[in-house]
Design a binder for this molecule. Structure first.
Ligand SMILES: [Zn+2]
Length: 176
């Protein structure tokens, strides 16, 4: 079965979700990712997507987050709503977005060490800027992935929203 065929099975039946994740080649992101894990937050078995806002997330190791230790690989968690995406967009989010976060945490752990930052404004600005960079990486590879115009527009909207967040946080921070 092709990987895309397996993805369709995984969309229908969560039993195939980890099987699929274990078979996906993470390409340029492979060396930055320790493990890709399906994680169900399912509390409503009749509508598993209902109360889960997140599709995927990248979690840096404790040593990276707290002590800024370099060259450690992150885990990527894949939640149920991710399986509502098209196959090209699923790969785009997993490899080009989450993989990009993993690469940054691997190479520049200081960008998630928030302890030295001055308050919540800087933390939120940093978070938004991280998202902008990961979304930009998705856009750079959008043609290669074969994303639809709607999917590209969605990523562009995310970048614009995070840009507004950065501007708003900067403006608020200046008032203090
Ligand atoms: Zn992200």
């Amino acid at each position: 079965m092709s990987l895309e065929g397996l993805y369709r099975e995984a969309q229908r039946d969560c039993i195939f979700r980890q099987v699929l994740l274990d078979r996906i080649n993470l390409e340029q992101s492979a060396r930055y990712v320790h493990e890709v894990r399906y994680f169900s937050l399912n509390r409503n078995k009749f509508n598993p997507e209902a109360d889960q806002p997140y599709k995927m997330g990248t979690h840096a190791p404790w040593l990276t987050r707290n002590l800024g230790v370099k060259w450690l690989r992150s885990d990527v968690f894949v939640y149920d709503p991710a399986f509502t995406l098209s196959w090209p967009f699923f790969c785009s989010v997993l490899i080009d977005h989450e993989g990009y976060h993993a690469q940054e945490y691997f190479q520049k752990p200081d960008i998630i060490r928030t302890k030295h930052l001055n308050g919540c404004f800087e933390i939120r600005i940093q978070e938004a800027e991280r998202e902008i960079r990961a979304c930009q990486n998705q856009l750079d590879r959008a043609k290669f992935r074969g994303l639809s115009e709607e999917e590209i527009a969605l990523i562009e909207r995310h970048i614009a929203d995070f840009g507004k967040e950065v501007a708003a946080q900067r403006a608020t921070a200046e008032r203090f």
